[in-house]
Design a protein around this ligand. Structure first.
Ligand SMILES: *Cc1c(COP(=O)(O)O)cnc(C)c1O
Length: 241
């Protein structure tokens, strides 16, 4: 949408949000749930603050950023009184100190060591940080996250850490040629989400199943996602500078 005027981009964002909300409702009902039980996160990486604020003015109450630097830079310009921010990108231990206390949830916890650092910095700040465990749902070399095989063991280990509260699971699905393949990836995530939740462990509340992006949020909802992370379908193609 780079070639459009700001006014045109504002109305495109409104249109896109309407369509996406309808699609979310439809998929939620199809999966036997209330549309209100599925949360739409606007993924705002590379998006300028005025457009993010426009999405917030049009009902967005949850945004996701990938980089610590970017979220700290934009935060003062954003109308976050009624909107929460989550970190959804890979987090290095040396950046943890900067982000703890600045976001509601860190969705991209992919190692015990980063969870320990979040716990340590949260205790120093006198808070508990909500985290999601990132799962490498397609077992891809190129992606971050725990493998299916290690997830439960790591969850138990992280649950012992003071200062963090495991609040669910997150994944970025692999690119699948067949719809059935993609659905199976999401369905597997949902099964792990339910299984871990059923164990009723201290410090683990399986509240949030964060999966589905612009290209696959409908399939994710049909398989049980209750938080979808949508970027380009709201704001248009990203331009990396
Ligand atoms: C960029 C990103 C998204 C949104 O991607 P779109 O395809 O633009 O919807 C969601 N989740 C994560 C972790 C991302 O990095």
């Amino acid at each position: 949408m780079e070639w459009l005027s700001d006014e045109q981009r504002f109305s495109a964002i409104e249109e896109n949000l309407k369509i996406i909300n309808e699609e979310i409702s439809e998929a939620a009902v199809k999966s036997g749930r209330n549309p209100a039980d599925v949360n739409l996160m606007a993924v705002t990486k590379t998006v300028e603050s005025r457009f993010i604020n426009h999405a917030i003015a049009n009902g967005i109450s949850l945004i996701g950023e990938n980089k610590v630097q970017e979220i700290l830079l934009k935060e003062p310009e954003l109308n976050l009184e009624n909107c929460k921010a989550h970190l959804i990108g890979h987090l290095q231990s040396n950046k943890v100190k900067k982000i703890v206390g600045k976001v509601d949830t860190i969705q991209s916890v992919d190692s015990v060591s980063v969870a320990r650092e979040i716990g340590k910095r949260s205790l120093e700040a006198g808070i508990t940080t909500k985290i999601l465990l990132e799962v490498n749902a397609g077992n891809e070399d190129s992606k971050f996250g725990f493998s299916h095989d290690e997830l439960f063991e790591k969850a138990c280990e992280i649950a012992e850490i003071d200062g963090v509260m495991i609040n669910g699971l997150m994944c970025v699905a692999p690119i699948c040629e067949k719809d059935a393949e993609l659905r199976a990836v999401f369905s597997n995530m949902h099964r792990m989400f339910i299984d871990i939740g059923n164990k009723n462990m201290d410090n683990i509340n399986m509240n949030v199943l964060s999966m589905g992006m612009s290209g696959d949020y409908k399939q994710a909802i049909l398989e049980g996602a209750n938080l979808v992370r949508v970027g380009s379908a709201i704001f248009g193609m990203r331009i990396y500078r």
